[in-house]
Design a protein around this ligand. Structure first.
Ligand code: SAJ
Length: 406
């Protein structure tokens, strides 16, 4: 039997929406991608991309060339709507880390006039528990004649930036439906491109599962970061300690670093804390431990700087993790800016993955930074930095937050 294709409207053409829209289009669906960013819409319609992700350019080009993917600033009618917009923080009742659902709400209001009976509305954005029911309420209050006749599901994205296309296909996928029909329809849709298992549940459990995945990682990174501070106090190598402990068959400690960045792991645990503030004690503490790490790094630099009059501090790396150009919530960027604002020394920053116009300070060549630095602060394990010859830096004070210059 020929596979059924449908018209899909994807709202939000960022790191999740654009790969998903393009993937669906290359599987034969007719896809309209919607974004408020007109420049992004024009770029996509010309078969190019506005974000950096390996092989995404090839996928988008082939989706646009096939005629199955178009982008627009305005939604249209369709069979399925997928919302893939951000859910950042906002200040609320003194809590600076409250979830900001305004993008989800605006996107929902934008599609509401185009939704028809028997449509499926999927929320892919990482969201606090109850958000799928919230979008259902918005649509049913704007379109009361459709009450009970539209299907809603939460299908959280779980892809790792840098490996999005592979993980979109290979990862298992959670589908949280608000009805049996929502589950059946969503399952059929994801099966058109997902090779992983499709796991069915209700929308609230799906929402929490996604938040829990990222919180699990945050708590485990916090453990590694706390160990790094403990080891430093005891004068023991954290890298060697973790390497040895991980030889136990049931121990698998993650790696410490300058802190936790990105728009997911440093954000999502707060959504659990916001909905259960008295209960989510470990999750909150892990966030605090990871958020404290950049300040600890600064104090480390300050202590090492005491022996110099005005040291040159060479900072290697600005992104939130290795081999990407993404600086969102980046602890390395925070550290560099805090050092620049301090009177500890002269800061020279270097990141081969970051374009000069993306940062409000000058970027320097790696060779120049290594030559001029008194203190070399490694913040990101980009592959260019892994090749630094330890002999060249042996006379410098090296603070290596990623343990790669050993
Ligand atoms: N980090 C460490 N030590 C480690 C591992 C990571 O300090 O051992 C730091 C990184 O340097 C970075 C931060 O954690 O600053 C997050 O990096 P990451 O590679 O662990 O994760 P993200 O934020 O790029 O993507 C995560 C993924 N979630 C999980 O692995 C549970 C991804 O699968 C999600 O789809 C994504 O969040 C998301 O969009 O929610």
């Amino acid at each position: 039997m020929a596979r059924e294709t449908q018209k899909i409207v994807v709202v939000g053409l960022g790191y999740i929406g654009l790969p998903t829209a393009s993937m669906l289009a290359t599987k034969g669906h007719t896809v309209l991608g919607v974004d408020v960013n007109e420049a992004a819409v024009n770029t996509i319609n010309s078969g190019r991309i506005h974000i950096i992700e390996p092989d995404l350019d090839i996928l988008v080009r082939s989706a646009v060339n096939s005629g199955n993917l178009r982008a627009s600033t305005v939604p249209e009618e369709g069979d399925t709507f997928i919302l893939a917009v951000p859910t950042p923080f906002k200040e609320e009742n003194g809590n600076p880390k409250a979830p900001d659902l305004s993008y989800v709400e605006t996107a929902t209001r934008a599609i509401a006039p185009y939704v028809r009976e028997d449509n499926l509305v999927i929320l892919e954005s990482t969201s606090p528990v109850g958000t799928t029911q919230f979008i259902q309420q918005i649509i049913e209050s704007m379109r009361p004649e459709l009450k009970g006749k539209v299907h809603f599901a939460h299908c959280p994205e779980r892809v790792l930036p840098g490996h999005i296309l592979r993980e979109l296909v290979d990862n298992d996928r959670i589908i949280g439906g608000t009805s049996k029909m929502a589950l059946t329809k969503a399952k059929a849709l994801y099966k058109t491109f997902c090779n992983g298992a499709i796991l069915e549940t209700d929308s609230r459990t799906a929402e929490l599962s996604k938040l829990v995945e990222n919180s699990f990682r945050d708590v485990n990174i916090a453990f590694a970061n706390e160990l790094s501070v403990v080891c430093d106090r005891l004068g023991i190598s954290v890298w060697e300690t973790i390497g040895l402990a991980n030889r136990h068959p049931r121990v698998n400690i993650l790696q410490p670093g300058p802190g936790v960045g990105g728009h997911c792991i440093a954000v999502d645990p707060w959504f659990i804390v916001a909905s259960a503030p008295d209960e989510a004690r470990l999750i909150r503490t892990a966030r605090e431990v990871n958020d404290a790490k950049p300040h600890w790094v600064i104090e480390k630099v300050r202590a090492k700087a005491e022996r110099f009059r005005t040291p040159v501090i060479g900072c290697l790396g600005l992104t939130f993790k290795a081999n990407i150009d993404d600086m969102r919530e980046s602890p390395s960027m925070d550290i560099v800016q805090m050092l620049m604002a301090s009177n500890i020394g002269t800061v020279m920053a270097c990141d081969p993955n970051v374009a000069a116009e993306k940062v409000p300070f000058p970027l320097h060549d790696l060779k120049d930074v290594i030559r001029q630095a008194d203190i070399l602060l490694l913040l990101v394990d980009h592959e260019e930095f892994l090749e630094i010859d330890p002999q060249i830096v042996k006379d410098k004070v090296v603070i290596d937050t990623k343990g790669v210059l050993r």
